[in-house]
Design a binder for this molecule. Structure first.
Ligand SMILES: Nc1nc2c(ncn2[C@@H]2O[C@H](COP(=O)(O)OP(=O)(O)O)[C@@H](O)[C@H]2O)c(=O)[nH]1
Ligand SMILES: [Mg+2]
Length: 389
């Protein structure tokens, strides 16, 4: 006999409402133990899609008040319960339904939206948590594009060179795809008064950090969610680096340096209106210089030094150096373009199929690494495994 399943239809985390679906031959019996309508009781004769107000219970204990609705799909009974969206309430409803015989099921995308492949399901699973509209568009496109491309690669007459190249290309895009979905961390470091908080506020789009010409204004690190060209970003402003006797400021400076070591991209602010580059260069030997974008700030003021002087002392700076004025907005477009380049989320990602989950990447790597000569039979097996059909 097919199982009766219980699954959460709403995105993970706390929300205004949580929707829990019971589905299967026993759905109404299980639901009747969890949900007591204000009048009458739940039974299969209620299979009319009507919304019923009532209490959500676990035995004698009232868990919540909510709405229950009995319907069916292809002859299979379905009960949807709408409760308040606190994670604890939802957990309790789930465990109560499980206690009465339902099996928790996370494959809700297939069941609810009729996803036709595992890849489509994975796209839908990530879609509910998409942080930006570009991420949402990316997933909606991959949901169709990736299965379609894989099916084409698995046809008997697909040239194997092309298949290998295409699989390699789609695998090469995997990290960028994950950055598009999960987001990246960008941290702004540099000496006090170099304009870090001014840039931070401009990137966030509102005055989230205090800006002042008093050195040591930013005493802690400040974190905000933002987006850079549609890529979700956790942006962190740090306390300015300087010698200090203040223990708290010292801790904040050390904390900022620690965050920078773990960030995807580090924006190192240098104030070009200050005297010499040596005195303002943040010489942290632990930072991976390839992840640093050197930004000279206050380009609207008369410069006190030039790039040649800086490059003489720090050749690594030459590769990634740009000038901006966070106050006037000058150079911000170039900074955005450079950041997008650093995190590798250029516009190709919006148009070409790429692998975007661990499961997909591991499956493809296995095939590409294991065999010298890739054969059509193997590709067909891989595609069937990836699509889950
Ligand atoms: N002229 C000019 N002043 C700036 C610019 N960016 C920041 N400032 C000023 O420099 C001072 C320090 O800025 P702030 O963002 O607090 O620097 P932080 O200590 O590095 O966070 C403030 O008085 C800002 O108004 C800029 O691009 N041009
Ligand atoms: Mg600051």
């Amino acid at each position: 006999m097919p199982q009766t399943t219980v699954s959460i239809l709403t995105p993970p985390g706390a929300g205004a409402i949580g929707v829990i679906r019971l589905q299967g031959v026993d759905a109404v019996r299980v639901a009747a133990r969890v949900f007591l309508p204000k009048t009458g009781s739940l039974s299969a004769v209620n299979e009319d899609g009507r919304l019923r107000f009532g209490r959500v219970v676990d035995g004698e204990e009232i868990l919540d008040e909510g709405i229950g609705c009995v319907s069916s799909s292809g002859g299979t009974p379905i009960v949807d319960l709408c409760v308040h969206g606190g994670t604890r309430v939802i957990e309790r409803v789930l465990s109560t339904a499980e206690k009465h015989g339902a099996t928790p099921c996370s494959l809700c995308a297939v069941e609810v939206w009729g996803a036709s492949s595992l890849i489509e399901q994975e796209a839908l699973d990530d879609l509910v948590a998409a942080k930006t509209s570009r991420t949402a568009r990316f997933l909606i496109r991959q949901r169709v594009l990736l299965p379609r491309t894989l099916r084409a690669l698995a046809t008997p007459d697909a040239p194997m060179d092309l298949v290998r190249n295409e699989l390699n290309r789609m695998l090469a895009g995997y990290s960028a795809a994950r950055r598009m979905i999960d987001g990246v961390t960008i941290v702004i470091v540099g000496p006090t008064n170099s304009g870090k908080s001014t840039l931070f506020n401009r990137l966030v789009g509102r005055p989230a950090a205090i800006v002042s010409d008093i050195e040591g204004t930013t005493r802690d690190w400040v974190t905000e969610n933002a987006e850079i060209d549609g890529v979700p970003v956790t942006l962190i402003d740090t306390a300015g680096q300087r010698a200090t006797d203040d223990l708290l400021e010292e801790l904040a400076i050390a904390g900022g340096a620690d965050i920078a070591r773990r960030a995807d991209v580090i924006i190192s602010m240098l104030d070009c209106s200050q005297s010499t580059p040596e005195s303002i260069f943040p010489g942290d030997a632990h930072l991976d210089v390839t992840r640093i974008l050197f930004v000279a700030s206050k380009s609207d003021l008369a410069p006190a030094w030039d790039i040649e002087e800086l490059v003489k002392h720090h050749p690594a700076v030459k590769r990634q150096f740009l000038r901006i004025s966070a106050a006037t907005g000058d150079g911000m477009d170039e900074l955005t373009a450079r950041l997008v380049h650093e995190i590798d989320c250029n516009s190709d990602l919006d148009h070409l199929p790429v692998f975007f989950t661990d499961r997909q990447a591991i499956g493809v790597e296995k095939i590409l690494n294991a065999v010298g000569n890739i054969e059509n039979r193997l590709v067909q097996g891989l595609v069937a495994e990836l699509l889950g059909v």
